[in-house]
Design a protein around this ligand. Structure first.
Ligand code: HXC
Ligand code: NAP
Length: 267
């Protein structure tokens, strides 16, 4: 293919005819992504455990995309995830984009963290991401299919009381690189977005037990402010679109500069 031919392929954030699945799409960042991609024309399916949460989320997506659908499943249950994705493929067509946003977290010192507490977060975040991606692979449309994981700056930058989540997210950063290497020949790109502290989310609430910690987290960003779910959704929309067709195996920091770390208080 010469460059003139290459230029004819779509260069836009148009998601019409794109079949998108989002695990963890029933609240917070995942729901923000679902609503944003719905507004760009995508057919949206969301996965979460709690049926009431799914229904509430769907009611906010229906305003934009009346054909949105929800599936109740736990990402730790690989056979159930395969069942959901197979059902989505059967009833809603080949899958173009899969976003793994489900996560679990709580603030706890490592010495008080039980083995099961550590295992639980690894299973939801890291193994859950693998379960979703590996179930999706045979069901993807192999022309610029995109898989995207949600990681965190804490994958690269340690944080006290977060040994489980930091370890899980570090695993996700490497997982997207390995899968990108293996699945590129299938026409599948695999990337991640790394959100900084995002206002109004469960994740930020769980990391900011006191106003002092909240201020510390905010001031750890270069921009000295929290992001919002729309900031993350825009980065995801770019990476999962043909605009990023030569981008794979990368982690896009959308974190106000948090990964670079600011340890010294500034005026
Ligand atoms: C210490 C805790 C704990 C806590 C649970 N555990 N909460 N230990 N402090 N606050 C321990 C339990 O005692 C148990 O260990 C083990 O963890 C499993 O707990 P369960 O309640 O049985 O787990 P489960 O019902 O599967 O629920 C998972 C959950 C829950 C993670 C605990 O909070 C959840 O479902 N969260 C989903 C929503 C969420 O967390 N959103 C925020 C994502 S934000 P024992 O030994 O007693 O059996 C995010 C930000 C990332 O990820 C940025 C930083 C990296
Ligand atoms: P959230 O509102 O708690 O959303 C978590 C979503 O995942 C919900 O839809 C939840 O629905 C689902 N979920 C949780 N455990 C699941 C499981 N075992 N199986 C299936 N679905 C499950 O969290 P958030 O703050 O928006 O975070 C979303 C993502 O962004 C996570 O990957 C998180 O690590 C990442 N992140 C967040 C921040 C932040 O500031 N918020 C910063 C960095 C990274 P159910 O509970 O009904 O299952």
């Amino acid at each position: 293919m010469n460059n003139k031919q290459a230029d004819k392929s779509p260069i836009s954030l148009d998601y019409r005819d794109r079949n998108v699945v989002i695990s963890g799409g029933s609240s917070g960042i995942g729901l923000g992504i679902a609503r944003h991609l719905a507004a760009l024309g995508a057919r949206i399916s969301i996965i979460g455990r709690n049926q009431d949460k799914l229904s509430a989320a769907l009611s906010t997506i229906y305003e934009i995309a009346p054909d949105a659908a929800g599936y109740s499943a736990d990402v730790r249950d690989a056979p159930r995830i395969t069942e959901c994705l197979t059902e989505i493929r059967r009833t809603r067509g080949e899958i173009d984009v899969v976003i793994a946003a489900a996560a679990g977290n709580f603030f706890v010192p490592a010495e008080k963290m039980s083995p099961n507490a550590f295992k639980t977060v690894i299973e939801i975040d890291l193994i859950g991401t693998f379960n979703v991606f590996s179930a999706a692979l045979p069901l993807l449309r192999r022309e610029d299919a995109a898989l995207l994981a949600i990681t965190a700056p804490q994958a690269q930058r340690p944080m006290a009381n977060q040994a489980h989540a930091c370890s899980a997210k570090a695993g996700i950063d490497m997982l997207v690189k390995c899968l990108a290497m293996e699945w590129g020949t299938h026409g599948v790109r695999v990337n991640a977005v790394s959100p900084g502290p995002i206002a109004g989310t469960e994740g930020l609430a769980r990391l900011s037990a006191t106003p002092e910690i909240e201020r510390f987290v905010r001031d750890a960003t270069a921009l000295r402010k929290f992001g919002d779910v729309e900031d993350i959704a825009r980065s995801v929309a770019f990476l999962c679109s043909p605009m990023a067709r030569y981008v794979t195996g990368t982690v896009l920091d959308c974190d106000g500069g948090m990964r670079h770390g600011n340890f010294v208080p500034m005026q």
